[in-house]
Design a protein around this ligand. Structure first.
Ligand code: SF4
Length: 151
């Protein structure tokens, strides 16, 4: 990957959003993994955050998926939104949500929070017009901040 031209990486990861920027980051990250980490993906949050384009969301996901960590929660926009709608947390940013979730989610679920909530957030608890009428957890959900629902 590090040896490929950026245009080739762009074609490989298309159609992910912002694929041009991400292709540059992927290529540079691969180079740094070779030059700084001996060809092994770093296994600490501190090291991962030094790589281009890597924030806490990506770092947590890498620790969970690549290093089988059970000590991390990966929070993206879906997890942040749903955790607030469900009333689990009251936070303004994904980083705040991540830290708050460590205190309210039972530890055994930490690595799987992202998988379940992202899928739910894409199809049911959508950013705009969540489908509360079709939602199986509707009776349990306080719908914090939800003003309009969809079909
Ligand atoms: S009831 Fe509505 S707000 Fe609550 S989780 Fe379901 S879709 Fe989201």
């Amino acid at each position: 990957m590090a040896a490929l031209p950026t245009a080739r990486v762009e074609r490989l990861i298309y159609p992910v959003s912002f694929y041009r920027v991400k292709a540059r980051h992927v290529r540079e990250t691969c180079r740094q993994i070779l030059s700084r980490f001996g060809g092994r993906v770093p296994a600490t949050m501190e090291d991962l955050l030094t790589l281009p384009g890597v924030g806490r969301k990506t770092a947590n996901l890498v620790l969970i998926l690549s290093h089988a960590s059970r000590d991390n929660i990966c929070v993206d926009t879906h997890v942040h939104r749903m955790a607030n709608r469900l009333g689990w947390v009251r936070t303004r940013t994904p980083t705040e949500t991540e830290h708050a979730l460590y205190t309210v989610v039972p530890r055994r679920w930490w690595p799987r929070v992202n998988l379940y909530l992202v899928t739910w957030g894409q199809h049911v608890c959508r950013p705009v017009y969540p489908r509360c009428g079709a939602c199986v957890v509707s009776p349990l959900c306080p719908r914090v901040g939800v003003t309009k629902v969809g079909k």
